[in-house]
Design a protein around this ligand. Structure first.
Ligand code: PMP
Length: 362
Protein backbone atom coordinates (compact mmCIF):
# COMPACT_ATOMS: atom_id res chain seq x y z
CA UNK A 1 0.00 0.00 0.00
CA UNK A 2 1.46 3.37 -1.03
CA UNK A 3 2.22 5.85 1.77
CA UNK A 4 0.22 9.05 1.43
CA UNK A 5 2.33 12.17 0.96
CA UNK A 6 1.34 14.78 3.57
CA UNK A 7 0.44 18.28 2.24
CA UNK A 8 3.53 19.96 3.77
CA UNK A 9 5.83 17.59 1.86
CA UNK A 10 3.71 17.81 -1.29
CA UNK A 11 4.16 21.58 -1.11
CA UNK A 12 7.93 21.12 -1.41
CA UNK A 13 7.74 18.91 -4.47
CA UNK A 14 8.18 19.67 -8.15
CA UNK A 15 4.58 20.57 -9.18
CA UNK A 16 4.34 17.80 -11.78
CA UNK A 17 5.45 15.23 -9.19
CA UNK A 18 3.20 16.60 -6.44
CA UNK A 19 0.17 16.04 -8.66
CA UNK A 20 0.92 12.34 -9.24
CA UNK A 21 -0.58 9.29 -7.65
CA UNK A 22 2.29 6.79 -7.25
CA UNK A 23 2.18 3.69 -9.47
CA UNK A 24 0.75 0.97 -7.24
CA UNK A 25 0.33 -2.52 -8.70
CA UNK A 26 -1.48 -3.57 -5.47
CA UNK A 27 0.77 -6.58 -4.85
CA UNK A 28 -0.04 -8.78 -1.90
CA UNK A 29 1.22 -12.26 -1.01
CA UNK A 30 -0.75 -14.99 -2.78
CA UNK A 31 -0.42 -18.70 -3.53
CA UNK A 32 -0.82 -17.98 -7.24
CA UNK A 33 0.33 -14.63 -8.59
CA UNK A 34 -1.08 -13.90 -12.05
CA UNK A 35 -1.14 -10.14 -11.68
CA UNK A 36 2.02 -8.85 -13.36
CA UNK A 37 2.37 -10.72 -16.67
CA UNK A 38 5.49 -12.52 -15.53
CA UNK A 39 6.59 -15.89 -16.89
CA UNK A 40 5.42 -18.12 -14.04
CA UNK A 41 7.12 -21.22 -15.48
CA UNK A 42 10.53 -19.85 -14.52
CA UNK A 43 13.77 -20.39 -16.40
CA UNK A 44 14.68 -23.72 -17.97
CA UNK A 45 16.87 -25.53 -15.39
CA UNK A 46 19.97 -25.61 -17.59
CA UNK A 47 19.78 -21.86 -18.27
CA UNK A 48 19.21 -21.18 -14.59
CA UNK A 49 22.37 -23.13 -13.75
CA UNK A 50 24.36 -21.19 -16.33
CA UNK A 51 23.03 -17.89 -14.99
CA UNK A 52 24.13 -18.89 -11.47
CA UNK A 53 27.61 -19.64 -12.76
CA UNK A 54 27.77 -16.33 -14.61
CA UNK A 55 26.64 -14.44 -11.51
CA UNK A 56 29.26 -16.16 -9.37
CA UNK A 57 31.98 -14.87 -11.72
CA UNK A 58 30.83 -11.23 -11.60
CA UNK A 59 33.14 -8.66 -9.98
CA UNK A 60 30.69 -6.53 -8.00
CA UNK A 61 33.54 -4.27 -6.80
CA UNK A 62 33.70 -2.86 -10.35
CA UNK A 63 31.22 -0.54 -12.00
CA UNK A 64 29.22 -2.03 -14.84
CA UNK A 65 29.85 -1.26 -18.49
CA UNK A 66 27.87 1.99 -18.80
CA UNK A 67 26.37 0.98 -22.15
CA UNK A 68 26.16 -2.76 -21.36
CA UNK A 69 28.65 -3.31 -24.21
CA UNK A 70 28.76 -7.12 -24.27
CA UNK A 71 25.03 -7.41 -23.86
CA UNK A 72 24.21 -4.92 -26.53
CA UNK A 73 26.59 -6.61 -28.96
CA UNK A 74 24.73 -9.88 -28.32
CA UNK A 75 21.33 -8.19 -28.69
CA UNK A 76 22.49 -6.57 -31.93
CA UNK A 77 23.52 -9.97 -33.33
CA UNK A 78 20.15 -11.43 -32.37
CA UNK A 79 18.15 -8.66 -34.02
CA UNK A 80 20.41 -8.15 -37.04
CA UNK A 81 21.32 -4.54 -36.21
CA UNK A 82 24.53 -2.81 -35.16
CA UNK A 83 25.42 -2.28 -31.47
CA UNK A 84 24.96 1.46 -32.08
CA UNK A 85 21.29 0.74 -32.75
CA UNK A 86 20.72 -0.75 -29.28
CA UNK A 87 20.21 0.99 -25.94
CA UNK A 88 19.86 -1.19 -22.83
CA UNK A 89 17.94 0.07 -19.80
CA UNK A 90 16.99 -0.86 -16.27
CA UNK A 91 13.81 -2.47 -17.52
CA UNK A 92 11.77 -1.14 -20.42
CA UNK A 93 10.35 1.32 -17.90
CA UNK A 94 13.63 3.23 -17.70
CA UNK A 95 13.76 3.52 -21.48
CA UNK A 96 10.18 4.82 -21.65
CA UNK A 97 11.14 7.41 -19.06
CA UNK A 98 14.30 8.31 -20.97
CA UNK A 99 12.40 8.69 -24.26
CA UNK A 100 10.13 11.21 -22.56
CA UNK A 101 13.10 12.84 -20.80
CA UNK A 102 14.97 13.28 -24.09
CA UNK A 103 12.11 14.20 -26.39
CA UNK A 104 9.11 15.24 -24.25
CA UNK A 105 8.45 18.34 -22.16
CA UNK A 106 6.13 21.34 -22.41
CA UNK A 107 4.80 21.73 -25.95
CA UNK A 108 6.14 18.31 -27.04
CA UNK A 109 3.03 16.16 -27.10
CA UNK A 110 2.89 12.40 -26.60
CA UNK A 111 0.17 10.60 -28.53
CA UNK A 112 -1.20 7.58 -26.71
CA UNK A 113 -3.93 5.09 -27.41
CA UNK A 114 -5.81 4.21 -24.21
CA UNK A 115 -6.69 1.95 -22.56
CA UNK A 116 -2.98 1.10 -22.53
CA UNK A 117 0.06 0.82 -20.26
CA UNK A 118 -0.56 3.40 -17.52
CA UNK A 119 3.13 4.16 -17.02
CA UNK A 120 3.19 6.23 -20.27
CA UNK A 121 0.87 8.83 -18.80
CA UNK A 122 2.53 8.70 -15.40
CA UNK A 123 5.97 9.50 -16.85
CA UNK A 124 4.59 12.06 -19.30
CA UNK A 125 2.87 13.96 -16.50
CA UNK A 126 5.96 13.83 -14.33
CA UNK A 127 8.03 15.20 -17.21
CA UNK A 128 5.46 17.90 -18.05
CA UNK A 129 4.68 16.37 -21.42
CA UNK A 130 1.14 16.94 -22.72
CA UNK A 131 -0.69 13.71 -23.60
CA UNK A 132 -3.00 13.54 -26.63
CA UNK A 133 -5.20 10.50 -26.09
CA UNK A 134 -6.78 8.81 -29.10
CA UNK A 135 -9.04 6.26 -27.42
CA UNK A 136 -9.60 2.74 -28.73
CA UNK A 137 -13.07 1.54 -29.63
CA UNK A 138 -14.94 1.16 -26.33
CA UNK A 139 -16.17 -2.36 -27.13
CA UNK A 140 -13.56 -3.99 -29.36
CA UNK A 141 -10.49 -2.02 -28.14
CA UNK A 142 -9.41 -1.68 -31.78
CA UNK A 143 -7.24 1.46 -32.19
CA UNK A 144 -8.58 4.41 -34.19
CA UNK A 145 -5.79 4.41 -36.78
CA UNK A 146 -7.03 7.49 -38.69
CA UNK A 147 -7.36 9.39 -35.41
CA UNK A 148 -3.86 8.34 -34.37
CA UNK A 149 -2.35 9.38 -37.69
CA UNK A 150 -4.06 12.77 -37.47
CA UNK A 151 -2.79 13.34 -33.92
CA UNK A 152 0.69 12.12 -34.87
CA UNK A 153 1.09 15.02 -37.33
CA UNK A 154 1.71 17.46 -34.47
CA UNK A 155 3.26 15.05 -31.95
CA UNK A 156 6.83 14.73 -30.72
CA UNK A 157 6.27 11.15 -29.61
CA UNK A 158 3.74 8.43 -30.42
CA UNK A 159 3.59 5.32 -28.20
CA UNK A 160 1.83 2.29 -29.66
CA UNK A 161 1.78 -0.94 -27.68
CA UNK A 162 1.69 -4.17 -29.62
CA UNK A 163 0.44 -6.44 -28.20
CA UNK A 164 -1.32 -3.88 -26.05
CA UNK A 165 -1.40 -4.05 -22.27
CA UNK A 166 -4.05 -4.70 -20.91
CA UNK A 167 -6.24 -5.45 -23.96
CA UNK A 168 -3.90 -7.98 -25.64
CA UNK A 169 -4.40 -6.94 -29.28
CA UNK A 170 -1.69 -6.64 -31.88
CA UNK A 171 -1.38 -3.42 -33.90
CA UNK A 172 -1.01 -4.00 -37.66
CA UNK A 173 2.35 -3.06 -39.20
CA UNK A 174 0.48 -0.83 -41.67
CA UNK A 175 -0.62 1.38 -38.78
CA UNK A 176 2.97 1.82 -37.59
CA UNK A 177 4.05 2.69 -41.15
CA UNK A 178 1.37 5.35 -41.46
CA UNK A 179 2.34 6.80 -38.07
CA UNK A 180 6.03 6.94 -39.01
CA UNK A 181 5.13 8.76 -42.20
CA UNK A 182 2.84 11.26 -40.45
CA UNK A 183 4.85 11.99 -37.30
CA UNK A 184 7.60 14.63 -37.39
CA UNK A 185 8.90 13.13 -34.14
CA UNK A 186 9.46 9.59 -32.90
CA UNK A 187 7.17 6.57 -33.05
CA UNK A 188 7.67 3.89 -30.41
CA UNK A 189 6.37 0.38 -30.98
CA UNK A 190 6.33 -1.11 -27.48
CA UNK A 191 6.74 -4.84 -28.09
CA UNK A 192 7.16 -5.98 -24.49
CA UNK A 193 4.94 -9.02 -25.20
CA UNK A 194 5.84 -9.71 -28.84
CA UNK A 195 7.34 -13.17 -28.18
CA UNK A 196 3.81 -14.44 -27.45
CA UNK A 197 2.38 -13.05 -30.70
CA UNK A 198 4.03 -15.49 -33.11
CA UNK A 199 6.50 -15.29 -35.97
CA UNK A 200 6.58 -12.19 -38.13
CA UNK A 201 4.52 -9.97 -35.83
CA UNK A 202 7.32 -7.60 -34.80
CA UNK A 203 7.67 -4.34 -36.73
CA UNK A 204 11.45 -4.43 -36.33
CA UNK A 205 11.73 -5.06 -40.06
CA UNK A 206 10.51 -1.47 -40.60
CA UNK A 207 13.49 0.06 -38.77
CA UNK A 208 15.56 0.31 -41.95
CA UNK A 209 12.78 2.16 -43.79
CA UNK A 210 11.76 4.54 -40.99
CA UNK A 211 14.53 6.40 -39.14
CA UNK A 212 11.97 7.79 -36.68
CA UNK A 213 10.82 4.33 -35.51
CA UNK A 214 12.06 2.78 -32.26
CA UNK A 215 11.09 -0.64 -30.95
CA UNK A 216 11.06 -1.49 -27.25
CA UNK A 217 11.73 -5.00 -25.97
CA UNK A 218 12.06 -6.44 -22.50
CA UNK A 219 13.52 -9.59 -20.99
CA UNK A 220 10.94 -9.35 -18.17
CA UNK A 221 8.18 -11.36 -19.81
CA UNK A 222 9.07 -14.29 -22.08
CA UNK A 223 12.64 -14.47 -20.77
CA UNK A 224 12.03 -14.66 -17.01
CA UNK A 225 14.13 -11.65 -15.99
CA UNK A 226 11.44 -9.34 -14.54
CA UNK A 227 13.39 -9.17 -11.28
CA UNK A 228 16.68 -8.38 -13.01
CA UNK A 229 15.20 -5.39 -14.88
CA UNK A 230 16.54 -5.49 -18.43
CA UNK A 231 14.85 -3.78 -21.36
CA UNK A 232 16.23 -2.46 -24.63
CA UNK A 233 15.34 -0.18 -27.47
CA UNK A 234 16.27 -0.71 -31.11
CA UNK A 235 16.42 2.32 -33.35
CA UNK A 236 18.60 4.42 -35.55
CA UNK A 237 21.95 5.41 -34.03
CA UNK A 238 21.00 9.11 -33.69
CA UNK A 239 17.99 8.37 -31.52
CA UNK A 240 19.99 5.83 -29.54
CA UNK A 241 22.65 8.53 -28.96
CA UNK A 242 19.96 10.87 -27.63
CA UNK A 243 18.79 8.15 -25.23
CA UNK A 244 22.35 7.66 -24.07
CA UNK A 245 22.74 11.38 -23.45
CA UNK A 246 20.00 11.40 -20.81
CA UNK A 247 20.64 8.07 -19.11
CA UNK A 248 21.98 7.59 -15.61
CA UNK A 249 25.59 6.40 -15.96
CA UNK A 250 25.30 2.98 -14.30
CA UNK A 251 21.62 2.18 -14.24
CA UNK A 252 22.01 -1.41 -15.47
CA UNK A 253 23.92 -3.31 -12.82
CA UNK A 254 26.63 -5.92 -13.37
CA UNK A 255 24.56 -8.85 -12.08
CA UNK A 256 21.66 -8.07 -14.39
CA UNK A 257 23.98 -7.61 -17.37
CA UNK A 258 25.59 -11.00 -16.71
CA UNK A 259 22.23 -12.75 -16.25
CA UNK A 260 20.83 -11.13 -19.39
CA UNK A 261 23.85 -12.06 -21.48
CA UNK A 262 23.43 -15.72 -20.51
CA UNK A 263 19.69 -15.63 -21.16
CA UNK A 264 20.08 -14.00 -24.57
CA UNK A 265 22.70 -16.56 -25.61
CA UNK A 266 20.30 -19.32 -24.56
CA UNK A 267 17.12 -17.71 -25.89
CA UNK A 268 16.12 -20.75 -27.90
CA UNK A 269 15.73 -22.74 -24.69
CA UNK A 270 12.71 -20.55 -23.83
CA UNK A 271 10.77 -21.45 -26.97
CA UNK A 272 9.02 -24.51 -25.54
CA UNK A 273 7.82 -22.49 -22.53
CA UNK A 274 6.57 -19.69 -24.76
CA UNK A 275 4.73 -22.30 -26.84
CA UNK A 276 3.14 -23.73 -23.71
CA UNK A 277 2.01 -20.28 -22.55
CA UNK A 278 0.45 -19.64 -25.96
CA UNK A 279 -1.46 -22.93 -25.90
CA UNK A 280 -2.55 -22.38 -22.29
CA UNK A 281 -3.75 -18.91 -23.32
CA UNK A 282 -6.16 -20.57 -25.77
CA UNK A 283 -7.36 -23.08 -23.20
CA UNK A 284 -7.85 -20.46 -20.46
CA UNK A 285 -9.58 -18.09 -22.83
CA UNK A 286 -12.06 -20.73 -24.03
CA UNK A 287 -12.82 -21.90 -20.49
CA UNK A 288 -13.38 -18.39 -19.11
CA UNK A 289 -15.47 -17.29 -22.11
CA UNK A 290 -17.82 -20.22 -21.36
CA UNK A 291 -18.67 -18.81 -17.91
CA UNK A 292 -21.94 -16.87 -17.60
CA UNK A 293 -21.69 -13.17 -18.61
CA UNK A 294 -17.90 -13.35 -19.00
CA UNK A 295 -16.24 -11.71 -22.00
CA UNK A 296 -12.66 -12.47 -23.00
CA UNK A 297 -10.90 -10.42 -25.67
CA UNK A 298 -8.59 -12.16 -28.14
CA UNK A 299 -5.00 -11.88 -26.91
CA UNK A 300 -1.60 -12.06 -28.59
CA UNK A 301 0.16 -11.62 -25.24
CA UNK A 302 0.69 -13.72 -22.08
CA UNK A 303 -2.45 -12.37 -20.40
CA UNK A 304 -6.15 -12.06 -20.99
CA UNK A 305 -8.41 -9.07 -20.60
CA UNK A 306 -11.60 -10.41 -19.03
CA UNK A 307 -14.86 -8.60 -18.31
CA UNK A 308 -17.29 -9.99 -15.76
CA UNK A 309 -20.06 -8.42 -13.73
CA UNK A 310 -18.80 -7.32 -10.30
CA UNK A 311 -15.14 -7.68 -11.36
CA UNK A 312 -13.86 -5.65 -8.42
CA UNK A 313 -15.51 -7.97 -5.89
CA UNK A 314 -14.54 -11.03 -7.93
CA UNK A 315 -10.90 -9.95 -7.80
CA UNK A 316 -11.13 -9.54 -4.00
CA UNK A 317 -12.71 -13.00 -3.67
CA UNK A 318 -10.03 -14.56 -5.88
CA UNK A 319 -7.42 -13.08 -3.56
CA UNK A 320 -9.10 -13.66 -0.20
CA UNK A 321 -10.83 -17.03 -0.73
CA UNK A 322 -8.58 -18.67 -3.32
CA UNK A 323 -5.25 -16.87 -2.79
CA UNK A 324 -5.06 -15.97 -6.49
CA UNK A 325 -3.82 -12.51 -7.41
CA UNK A 326 -4.95 -10.96 -10.70
CA UNK A 327 -4.89 -7.33 -11.81
CA UNK A 328 -7.97 -5.21 -11.20
CA UNK A 329 -8.69 -2.67 -13.93
CA UNK A 330 -12.38 -2.39 -13.07
CA UNK A 331 -12.03 1.22 -11.92
CA UNK A 332 -9.72 2.31 -14.75
CA UNK A 333 -11.09 4.54 -17.51
CA UNK A 334 -12.46 2.50 -20.44
CA UNK A 335 -12.01 -0.81 -18.60
CA UNK A 336 -15.16 -1.04 -16.45
CA UNK A 337 -15.49 -4.51 -14.91
CA UNK A 338 -12.23 -5.71 -16.47
CA UNK A 339 -9.58 -7.90 -14.88
CA UNK A 340 -6.26 -8.77 -16.44
CA UNK A 341 -5.21 -12.35 -15.84
CA UNK A 342 -1.69 -13.55 -16.65
CA UNK A 343 -1.57 -16.94 -18.34
CA UNK A 344 0.23 -19.23 -15.89
CA UNK A 345 1.14 -22.89 -15.69
CA UNK A 346 -1.67 -25.42 -16.33
CA UNK A 347 -2.41 -25.96 -12.62
CA UNK A 348 -2.51 -22.19 -12.02
CA UNK A 349 -4.90 -21.70 -14.93
CA UNK A 350 -7.05 -24.58 -13.65
CA UNK A 351 -7.25 -22.81 -10.29
CA UNK A 352 -8.41 -19.60 -12.02
CA UNK A 353 -11.05 -21.47 -14.04
CA UNK A 354 -12.34 -23.39 -10.99
CA UNK A 355 -12.47 -20.38 -8.71
CA UNK A 356 -14.10 -18.07 -11.28
CA UNK A 357 -16.64 -20.84 -11.95
CA UNK A 358 -17.54 -20.73 -8.24
CA UNK A 359 -17.58 -16.91 -8.18
CA UNK A 360 -19.76 -16.56 -11.27
CA UNK A 361 -22.08 -19.27 -9.93
CA UNK A 362 -21.51 -21.75 -12.70
N1 PMP B 1 5.73 -1.99 -21.84
C1 PMP B 1 4.63 -2.63 -21.48
C2 PMP B 1 3.45 -2.59 -22.39
C3 PMP B 1 4.57 -3.33 -20.27
O1 PMP B 1 3.44 -3.95 -19.92
C4 PMP B 1 5.71 -3.34 -19.44
C5 PMP B 1 5.71 -4.07 -18.13
N2 PMP B 1 4.59 -4.10 -17.41
C6 PMP B 1 6.84 -2.64 -19.86
C7 PMP B 1 6.82 -1.98 -21.07
C8 PMP B 1 8.07 -2.53 -19.05
O2 PMP B 1 8.56 -3.73 -18.60
P1 PMP B 1 9.94 -3.82 -17.84
O3 PMP B 1 10.20 -2.49 -17.19
O4 PMP B 1 9.74 -4.90 -16.83
O5 PMP B 1 10.97 -4.15 -18.87
Amino acid sequence: MAVRIPPDVRGLMRPSAAALEPYDPAFSPARINLSANENTYGMPAEVRAEVSEALAAVATNRYPYPLSDELRAELALWHGVTPGQVCVGNGGDELLFNLLLAFGGAGHALVSCPPTFSVYRLYAELLETPVMDVPRDAETFVPDVDGLVEAARTARLVFVTSPNNPTGDLVPAGCIERLCEACPGIVLADEAYIEFAGEGTSVEGLLAAYPNLVVLHTLSKAFCLAGARIGYVLGNPSIIAALQAVRQPYSVNVLSQAAALTVVRNREAFEPIIGRIVSERGRLSTALAALPDVRVWPSSANFLCVRLPGAHEARARLRDEFSILVRDFSQAPGLADCLRITVGMPQENDAVIDSLSVITGR
